[in-house]
Design a protein around this ligand. Structure first.
Ligand code: NAI
Ligand code: PHE
Length: 351
């Protein structure tokens, strides 16, 4: 496998920490993209990668998205991300191996001394944050029993729900009733999103690479679809809630939907995809705005001392933020992605 080292190193973020944990064969990457608005924060993603170059690239891209997310949500934090590039899928690691990896991660968080605070992401949970929290205080999303804000999935799902409402309004629809929504990825966020959508009267199509995870949505009346066909299924809304990188310029050309709004980070795989979606008048809710409910919950509760009600109000306000972004994109003839980036950059420039 050839890795373009120059390309890998070309990044304008503030810092990348790369460590190798020999006993388990795990690479740990912590990317700090920006501390302009405050200490960096972003979750810990634990999964396998094709090679360490891909893991570094993923950590940096995700850290950049966190910078935009914090700024667009007007939270006083910067952007960062951790990647634990595992030697085998997590479920194949022994409990002891996983514990050692988390201890290694916690020790590195201590070394960074608060310039970066982690939290849950794909492959990690509040229970894992509790383990990190025994060694370091630079961790959000510990269980409520341990004094943390608990899982961010509920707020993320509510924020995505608000984003879907904003997207549909942009297409002239005033309600979710009677619309068909395809939810990809029935994990913590996707499963809860399905409940909210079903309550609002949407018809659900669902898919997951672990089909058993669709059971709770099927019990709500959802129909399952083949995970390999997600970009070719006709529906009003596509809500990607698995891993990102699904929509590129090619798939955007034929995507048979009116709105894209989901929880996955880095949904767009290349710079051209947002333009193709805009040309086809598909409303795209930029991921770092649509999925900011989790950050609002964690930072709101643990840094800003917000009540659950304030978190809820700020999460529902994602709908207004997106309506402003959509209007700005229309007025200036730019993509919704660009309008959201401009909003975030204006706040970063003011910091
Ligand atoms: P999760 O790990 O609980 O769920 C992800 C689900 O997607 C799993 O059930 C998995 O089997 C499924 N999946 C993976 N690849 C798939 C594929 N190709 N096709 C269909 N299903 C697939 O993760 P969670 O917490 O629900 O997060 C979902 C996404 O939202 C992630 O990209 C995460 O980074 C993002 N996100 C999550 C936040 C949170 O508060 N949990 C906050 C902001 C973003
Ligand atoms: N990983 C989630 C996200 O991408 C939640 C999170 C937000 C974790 C902020 C840490 C800090 O938004």
């Amino acid at each position: 496998m050839h890795i373009d080292v120059d390309q890998t190193l070309r990044w304008s973020g503030e810092m990348t920490c790369i460590r190798y944990h020999e006993p388990t064969g795990t690479f740990l990457i912590i990317a700090i993209d920006s501390t302009a608005r405050g200490p960096a924060s972003g979750g810990t993603r634990a999964m396998t990668y094709e090679n360490v170059g891909s893991a570094i690239a993923d950590a940096r891209r995700l850290a950049g998205a966190m910078t935009l997310k914090m700024a667009a949500a007007d939270l006083p934090m910067g952007g960062g991300k951790s990647v634990l590039a595992l030697p085998r899928p997590r479920h194949q690691l022994s409990a002891d191996e996983w514990k050692r990896i988390l201890h290694f991660h916690a020790a590195n968080l201590e070394l960074l001394n608060g310039s970066y605070t982690t939290g849950p992401d794909v492959g990690t949970s509040s229970a894992d944050m509790d383990v990190l929290g025994r060694t370091t205080k630079h961790v959000f999303g510990r269980s409520t029993a341990q004094g943390g804000a608990g899982s961010s999935a509920e707020a993320t799902a509510r924020g995505v729900h608000a984003s879907i409402r904003a997207g549909l309004a942009e297409t002239g629809r005033s309600s979710l009733a009677g619309t068909t929504v395809l939810v990809q990825g029935l994990g913590a966020v996707g499963a809860r999103l399905c409940e909210l959508l079903a309550e609002a009267g949407a018809e659900l199509l669902v898919t997951d690479v672990h089909p058993e995870r669709c059971a709770s949505a099927v019990a709500l009346g959802a129909r399952t679809v083949d995970p390999g066909r997600v970009t070719s299924i006709e529906c009003h809304v596509f809500a990607p809630c698995a891993t990102g990188g699904l929509i590129n310029s090619e798939t955007a050309r034929t995507l048979p939907v009116a709105v894209v709004a989901g929880a996955a980070n880095n949904v767009l795989a290349d710079a051209g995809a947002a333009h193709v979606l805009a040309e086809r008048e598909i409303v795209y809710a930029p991921d770092f705005v649509a999925n900011s409910g989790g950050a609002i919950h964690l930072v709101g509760r643990e840094v800003l001392g917000w009540t659950a009600e304030t978190v809820s109000e700020r999460t529902e306000a994602i709908e207004d933020t997106l309506r402003t972004i959509f209007a700005d994109a229309r007025t200036r003839g730019i993509t919704t992605e660009q309008a959201a980036i401009d909003l975030a950059h204006a706040r970063l420039a003011a910091a």
